[in-house]
Write a protein of this length. Sequence first.
Length: 290
Amino acid sequence: MTSDQIRQTPIWQCGRFRIALNRPQIMGIINITPDSFSDGGQYSGSISAALAHAAQLLKDGADILDIGGESSRPGAPYVSPEEEWARVSPILKELTGWQVPITLDTRRTWVMRQALEQGGTDGINDIAALSDEGAVSLLTQDKTTGVCLMHMQGLPENMQDNPQYGDVVTEVGHYLRERVAVCTAAGIDKQRLVIDPGFGFGKTREHHRALMLRFAEWQRMADCPALIGVSRKSMIGAITGETQPQARMVGSVVAAVAAAARGAAIVRVHDVRETRQGLQVWQELGGFLA
């Protein structure tokens, strides 16, 4: 890579790490929830199982590990912040000794504070885009933690009831631009921010298609690197007919590559090994067609 390319390479400042986004980064998912839609709670209640899964994700090629203690699937039941923290804290405590970026998937300021005070995360992956009271202020006080701001219409318990938009692309883009502006105005450096349009969070099949086909439009509005999470979601099942999340691996890999081809900087996935292979083939055959 030349010095000019290094200067032009976008960076995500994520805690201990400055992640170069010159190629799509793979974020591996670790759900510490008994009601996960994708893995049936395999790693809930067992620190050793969760850590073994984390080690396997890294072996398979994950660049980042994302830990979550609250299911955000449609219709998910309420989990208290205290219970959410109890699920993830022992895993975070172990993983922060590993030399890999760790992000915490949470929308609660209280949970974020526990993690930051204990040095348990490099980034916050927030489906509510730091809209919880005190979240922006908390992340402003911290100077290096990365933040992913996601768009969601409604709440997990009702978001898929009947999502409506005038123009989903412009509405998602405007929302993300506004949240980026709120964060930067408060003092959060823009290099710490990435954005997520929220596939599966208050959107229909037609909305997903529009967001993918017009990827550049909503990303340009917010002017930040994009993180895309489509892995094993019902949107894949709606296209392929697969009703079981584990059977949606091939469709998920294709969708991740399609997102990368349109400019996604980070893809958040369950099937890391297969996604890595898909991206490798795409890059070898040309890649970066956005």
